[in-house]
Structures are given as C-alpha cells and as structure tokens.
Design a protein around this ligand. Sequence first.
Ligand code: PMP
Length: 438
Amino acid sequence: MEVINTTISEEDIAFDKEHLWHPYTSLTQPLPVYPVESAEGVRIHLTDGRTLIDGMASWWSVIHGYNHPKLNQAVVNQTQKMAHVMFGGLTHQPAIDLGKKLVNLTPKGLEAVFLCDSGSISVEVAMKMAIQYQHALGKQNRSKFLTLKKGYHGDTSGAMSVCDPVSGMHHLFRDFMPQHFFMEAPERGFEETLAAGEIEDIEMFFELHAKNAAAFILEPIVQGAGGMRFYAPQYLKEIRRLCSMHGLLLIADEIATGFGRTGKLFAVEHADILPDILCVGKALTGGYMTLAATICTRNVADTICNGEAGVIMHGPTFMGNPLACAVANASLDLLQHSNWQQNITSIEVVLKTELSKAKAYPLVKDVRVLGAIGVIETTVPVNVQETQAFLVNRGVWIRPFRNLLYIMPSYAMCKEDLEHVCRMMVEVVQQEHCFNKV
Ligand code: PMP
C-alpha cells in the first residue's frame, strides 16, 4: 500500500495539546503524542514518514491487522444500506447475524445477548443484570459484588467500583462509589495448583461476604490492566463452585481475553466452566469500531424478565449499531475461517523464546507468556516517555504502564516482525534511562 505523507500542522498539534484529553493524561503537562497518518497490517505510519510495528493491536482489539480489505468492505457495504437505525422496536440482519454468532461461539448455555457500546458499558450491564436477577428472586439485600484485587473492569462508575481498590483510585472517588468486597488476588500462576489452605481462604471469603452479594465478577485467567497477571484455572473452578453454592452469579469479563487471545477462544475454557454472564468487547469488531456484548444464560434472562421490572433496564441510543455489527460479523468470520489457534501457538513460541532473553538483565523481575500475550515485569517503573521514544526510533510501538512492558500483537503478525518487537523490548531493559528510579 502506498503511504502518503501529510504532516499535521504545528498549529494542530498545539491544539491537540491544549484541548484534547488523551487516555489518563494531563492537559497542563501533556505527554508527547505521535501523529498517525495511516495503518495497515501490523504497521502504523506516522505523519513524519516513520513506520512502526504495532505490538499493542490498539489495546488488544485489532486482531486481524489494520485496514483489512474484508473488514473495510463490510463497512462500505453496510454504510450503503444504513449506518445506524434505532434498536428500540426495530431490528436488522447485522444484529441478528451477530447474535447467532455470539450464541454459537461462546460457551454452551450462554444464550441471551445484549449488544452495547463499549467494554465498560458491557460490565455495567452485567452488574445490572445480576442485581435485577437477585431482586427478581426476592433477594433485595444482595446488592454487593465480590471481586479480585488487582482486577480491572473499566472506567465507568459501576465498573470502576470493582477495579483494584489501590490502582483503581478508590480513595479519590470514595464518597461517590459503592463499596464492594475484594478477595486477595490469585497468587498461583497458570500452571500451578492451589494448596488446601488456599482453597479454605477462598471459602472463608465467601462465608463472610457472599450473603450480601449479587455476583462475583472477575477477569478469567488473565488480570490485564491491573497488572498483566496470569493465574491458575483452579481458582476459576473453585469460584464457580462457591458461586453456585452461595446463590451468586459468576460474571466473566472476557473483554480483553475473548476471541482467542489466551490460546482458547474464551479464557473460561481453560477451566471448563460456564459463567452466568459473559462480557466481550475489544476484538469483537477486529478493532474497527466500539462495540461490546453482555451474554447471559437463559435462566438469568428468564428470571430477570419474571421480576418486578419485567424487562432489562438498559437501552442505549446506539445499541446494536448496524455498522459495528456488520464489521463484527466480518471479523468473527475471519477469525473462524483462519488458523487462529495455530497462529497463536506460533506467536506464543516466539514470545517465549525471545522474551525469556530479558531474564538475564538485573532490571527484570519476571517474564511471562500466555497465548498471544507477552509480559516483561521490571523491578522499577518504566519511564513511558523515554521508552516510547527509544522504541519509536527503532520502529516499534508499545505502550508500557507501571513496571510492565508487554505486547499482545495482531494474530496476523509474522515471525520476523514479532522477533523484532521482542528484541527491542529486550533492548529496553538494558537502558537505564528508560526506567524511573524509585
Ligand atoms: N474489562 C477489561 C478486562 C478490560 O481490559 C477493559 C479495557 N481495557 C474494559 C473492561 C473496559 O473496556 P472499554 O475500555 O472498552 O470500556
């Protein structure tokens, strides 16, 4: 593809600095942002002519790569029919097709699909479903949620209230947010088993708090933005067992892990459990548009509909947006017709081989890989600005946070590109200026 270099004017960059919030940034001390001209495959083209191999897949979402002809075509085709139409009292083929695909792809038993705007909103909807479910059963006291420390579920207020209480800035919003119950974050890694005492600790947590709770919400297997931690499937099995025993619903937030990222189509499959409610987003549209879904079992749906309200109490303006549904359908078709499992296994092998080389350096605390997720945890916080400048000069795009350098590339990334990204990450851990002194 021909790359046409245009430059965004100095004036426009100044406007951006002064007027546009970027995620988690200051308007008084803005960090540099790199102007992008276009992107295709796994490459991002900057306006200054530099090209970057993208290790982030735009925060887990662009699983097939940028500017994909099939996804582009799906957008064009749908735009020619209708970009949007309200979902209240109307329906359309893209939403019906997407509903069918989600019911078929997600673990058997998840049948009722709520299409919503973003990952955070899908978590809000899941929490509201759980409250409505308990209310319908006459359990009005069950208004709390159980969750894990070091979790992340989004930035809207309900979702934020179940994010890690320390990194989630609970103290700042203390008087505004509802208080929920946080279990210690899982300590056992993906391949480990729990000791008897650890299972008793989980049981004790349920004994103490379950009676007031509507549901347990967690990110299965991978705690993402809360620390890029991978944990043992046995936790999921135990939590599933205890939720059923104590009358709680289990909400699996697969917004980051869904659609193959961990090597299974959904991370709950590692533990062979069925959640009552599943949240998906991010990769759903191949990163083309914001769209998410909250999918629950027939039992949850029926109970809600037999309750006081008789309906689900949510219905946003852009619910089931046809353009987003059409591109999601095209993205799921691509995924299903690709060798995604083989691709992810190949990515995992490269990540393990290349990133393990970082272990030789004193700033590195841990290296871990699961599916198409590779993490280098360092002993001190990464200086994001210095690291990005270093990597951009070497043709790589990643966005570290705290003491984590991590990648979750497009499933379409070839071995050579992936090796380059990994090698540059290993270069970073040898650069003292890329880290903050503590
Ligand atoms: N849950 C998880 C596990 C996530 O990783 C994210 C986004 N990083 C969200 C929820 C929120 O999704 P969104 O940013 O689309 O609102």
